[in-house]
Design a protein around this ligand. Structure first.
Ligand SMILES: Cc1cc2nc3c(=O)[nH]c(=O)nc-3n(C[C@H](O)[C@H](O)[C@H](O)COP(=O)(O)O)c2cc1C
Length: 233
């Protein structure tokens, strides 16, 4: 059993809230895992060329190619994204769009696998976990847990955060407030949130070790998708 973690942050590991939460979730599984950080990777969105229809392999030449094998081999995923403009950031969205390559002609590569969705924002990461869960559902991947939290927006370190009238510091703390270690949001400083990440990892491992029946999960997720689809038509 192997779990693939994907941290969709564009910031360095030590600055990223997403990276920390994805890593904490993976570690808590106590299982074999790999954590891929999307920082610096070049992954474009799906261009609907249908080059993947015959063999379910994307023909685009970018960093998604090396990730593809890891996605195929993994039994479960922990995918995290930062909140940019109240939606998940572009590279994580692009990565998840490219899961389109797996689905043609009832391709079942991802069906019945399990996932944890992680989201982080300067105020909240909940929009990201909702979106990741939706992408999981389209691929019949069941979301075992969602973890979302608050971390420092770049305005806390840009150098102008204390005086900028429209930045995150002003929005979150008010006018004229000095930035301190205490008032700078950090997932690492939030024990309840870190505990949530650990619990998500433990729950994921428990599901994987408990005679994980991919066919049953697939059937449940297919029913969920059809029910969601019916609401929109
Ligand atoms: C372009 C951009 C847009 C952002 N928009 C939002 C937003 O709409 N809401 C929010 O809560 N945080 C927003 N943020 C703040 C990030 O979500 C926050 O810094 C988060 O910690 C990023 O995740 P990371 O630390 O893993 O990189 C934005 C950051 C950037 C760079």
């Amino acid at each position: 059993m192997k779990i693939l973690g994907i941290a969709g942050s564009t910031r360095k590991e030590d600055q990223s809230g997403v990276y920390k939460l994805v890593e904490a979730t993976l570690k808590a599984t106590n299982m074999d895992y790999e954590l891929v950080h999307l920082r610096g990777k070049k992954i474009g969105g799906c261009i609907a060329c249908l080059g993947c229809v015959e063999d379910n392999v994307c023909v685009l030449k970018d960093d998604m190619a090396e990730l593809r094998e890891k996605i195929v081999e993994a039994d479960a995923y922990v995918i995290g994204a930062p909140n940019y403009y109240s939606t998940m950031n572009a590279i994580t969205h692009a990565l998840l769009e490219r899961f389109y390559q797996f689905r043609h002609r009832e391709g079942d590569t991802l069906w019945g696998k399990l996932g944890v969705a992680v989201g982080v924002g300067g105020s909240s990461g909940a929009v990201c976990t909702t979106e990741i869960e939706r992408f999981f559902m389209y691929n019949f991947i069941e979301t075992v847990a969602k973890v979302d939290g608050q971390h420092a927006a770049s305005c806390f370190i840009c150098g102008y955060g204390e005086t900028c009238g429209v930045g995150a510091v002003r929005m979150l703390l008010g006018e004229g407030v000095k930035i301190t270690a205490e008032n700078t949001p950090s997932v690492a400083k939030n024990p309840a949130l870190m505990e949530e990440a650990k619990n998500a990892g433990v729950a994921l491992a428990a599901r994987l070790m408990d005679n994980h029946d991919r066919r049953a999960v697939t059937e449940r997720m297919q029913a969920t998708l059809m029910a969601e689809f019916a609401k929109t038509t």
